[in-house]
Design a protein around this ligand. Structure first.
Ligand code: UT7
Length: 323
């Protein structure tokens, strides 16, 4: 018998305020046409004043628990992937735990920027298969609007706020790729690329800082590394690209998403795309896309789903699961 971490609930939350590309034309030398054609983004959501990452995360968690037919009392652990926690500490995850009225179990954050959800999913899977937790709430939540430099047109038009959450449960499997649940994970980082995407502030420098990115350099790494990690994860799962039902990629740029699918020999009809509506929501983008993909009727029970992401670090990775 093999323990598997099976997805049993998914949900998301997006702040009310929708910002179309045209809003940036008033203050920046940019255009809706440039943003759409270079990134695929048409609009994004921004959190309201006072609305924090843990607020978004709690809303998404509540939706995921409802989808699973569970209460917070049924969960053993909460992992939040975020780079924009409400406070330096405690973790956003413990704030979600308190908001959900959960007094047992444990909660912590994972920080791997845009690859955060893939890292959190891999961590949750490891805890479940090693028997440390039976049900884990894995959340990606961000308020990247709070770290934008609104005078930098090369970055501030690309990011948005939101949250998605997934409930994973330990279930018995057979140890084959026919099992439901996480089938393989593949994680990487290479700190020599730290200057390509970073925030120029932090606790130790007593500043908050703003996001800085050499976009075209990150782009160059993205397609190659994402296709390689997705293929490595599939290989570990004993599956081929032809057996994939859905790629659910990090939603940073439609050209990266298309390039990665092309490199893997997959049709865009097998890719869940939400970048046009959400922009780049960093660690929240994959659980948001999983939730929207399920709502649209794309992702169904038994489907082979590959998630892949890359971001600051650089950090990247992929998780293969059967839904
Ligand atoms: O989520 C974490 C991982 N992040 C990513 O995956 C992002 C990866 N990078 C990208 O998505 C793309 O590189 C961008 C969308 C950021 C930029 O697209 P690009 O095709 O790589 O453009 P570029 O950076 O090479 O810039 C081309 C031109 C430049 O002008 P010059 O130097 O050619 O005169 C920029 O100054 O576009 C200019 N530009 C803009 N023009 C209008 C940059 N931002 C804008 C803008 N509006 N908002």
């Amino acid at each position: 018998m093999t323990l598997r971490a099976v997805a049993i609930g998914i949900g998301h939350y997006l702040p009310d305020r929708v910002v179309p590309n045209s809003e940036f034309e008033a203050t920046l030398d940019t255009s809706d046409e440039w943003i759409r054609s270079r990134s695929g983004i048409e609009r994004r959501h921004f959190a309201a004043d006072g609305e924090t990452t843990s607020n978004l995360a709690t809303r998404a968690a509540t939706a995921a628990l409802k989808d699973a037919g569970l209460a917070a009392s049924d969960i053993d652990a909460i992992i939040v992937a975020t780079s924009t926690a409400d406070l330096t500490f405690p973790s956003a995850a413990t704030m979600v735990q308190a908001e959900l009225g959960m007094r047992h179990g444990f909660a912590f954050d994972v920080q791997a920027v845009c690859a955060g959800f893939v890292y959190a999913l891999s961590t949750a899977n490891a805890m479940i298969v090693s028997g440390q937790a039976r049900r884990v709430l894995v959340i990606g939540a961000e308020t990247f609007s709070r770290i934008m430099d609104w005078t930098d047109r090369a970055t501030c038009v690309l990011f948005g706020d939101g949250a998605g959450a997934l409930v994973l449960e330990a279930q018995d499997g057979t140890g084959t790729s026919e099992d439901r649940g996480v089938l393989a994970t593949d994680l990487h980082s290479d700190g020599q690329f730290k200057d390509l995407l970073y925030v120029d502030g932090g606790v130790s420098t007593q500043t908050t800082g703003h996001l800085r990115m050499q976009g075209n350099q990150v782009f160059r790494h993205a397609v190659e590394k994402l296709a390689a990690t997705a293929e490595a994860a599939l290989d570990k799962a004993g599956l081929s690209a032809g057996e994939v039902d859905w790629i659910v990629p990090h939603q940073a740029n439609i050209r990266i998403i298309q390039g990665t699918a092309r490199k893997m020999g997959l049709d865009m009809e097998k890719v869940v795309v939400t970048v046009q509506d959400h922009g780049n929501t960093s660690a929240a983008s994959i659980p948001l896309a999983l939730s929207v993909g399920k709502q649209r009727g794309q992702i169904k029970t038994g489907d082979v789903v590959v998630t892949e992401a890359i971001g600051g670090g650089l950090a990247w990775g992929a998780v293969v699961l059967r839904w």
